[in-house]
Design a protein around this ligand. Structure first.
Ligand SMILES: [Zn+2]
Length: 238
């Protein structure tokens, strides 16, 4: 997907070099896979997208709501900050989110030349990492009414079973996330929660991938497989 110089890209699990249970294109470095395979996969993914693998910003995701403003990749040798949102006004710099059921959220105001990426699992959605990311973009000149928002492959509300009390806790913060599994038990729809949060902020151009990771054999799913790889979602401006 692209338009106004902005590019959104979502990987699936194919086209990489990782062995089972991470086969094939595992892009996550903290899941037990061979680091050399992950590095090679990140190169392969970047080349297939036509971007420089050295110009991709990866987060140390911790299910929080902190957001970092960046203008380049992290300095090598320094610890990668624990954030679940990252924004930039730097063209040619790609922001990446790692997921295997959580909702990756990509945001762009092409007119302002500002982009953002957020990792929104259930805790992050409840904590408000997506509104925090939009706020960080606003500080760089973005306006919610101009933001293009895209969510990537994630476990759907009909698959994400949780205890009844947890659903109640989540729905008390974000009613739109209240869901039920296809087998009739309490569930949470994180993507629906993210969409509701964005709509309240004034974001109008919203679309999702429509892919449920748990149901798709072409995607990594933590809830389905436990030990598995990570997908990546990338956003960048020309
Ligand atoms: Zn599903």
């Amino acid at each position: 997907m692209s338009g106004g110089g902005v590019h959104f890209a979502f990987t699936n699990r194919w086209g990489g070099v990782s062995a089972a249970p991470y086969e094939q294109l595992n892009l996550g470095g903290a899941v037990g896979d061979d680091p050399a395979a992950v590095l090679r996969n990140r190169e392969l993914a970047a080349h297939s997208l036509g971007i420089d693998p050295g110009r991709v910003v990866w987060m140390n995701q911790v299910h929080g709501k902190d957001v970092a403003v960046v203008d380049g990749p992290w300095d090598s040798g320094t610890e990668i900050p624990s954030v679940d949102g990252v924004v930039t006004a730097r063209r040619g710099l790609a922001l990446a989110v790692l997921t295997a059921d959580c909702t990756p959220v990509l945001l762009a105001d092409p007119e302002a030349g500002v982009i953002g990426a957020a990792h929104a699992g259930r805790p992050g959605m409840v904590a408000g990492v997506v509104p925090e990311t939009v706020e960080a973009m606003r500080k760089l000149g973005a306006e919610p009414e101009r933001i293009i928002a895209r969510t990537g492959p994630a476990v759907c509300g009909r698959c994400y079973e949780v205890p009844d009390a947890m659903r109640a806790e989540v729905a008390a913060v974000e009613p739109a996330a209240h869901a039920e599994t296809s087998w009739g038990t309490p569930a949470v729809d994180v993507t629906a929660g993210v969409r509701a949060q964005l709509e309240r902020l004034g974001v109008r151009d919203l679309a999702g991938s429509g892919v449920c990771t748990r149901e798709s054999a072409d995607h990594f799913s933590y809830r389905r497989d436990r030990t598995t790889g990570r997908l990546a979602s990338y956003i960048w401006l020309d």
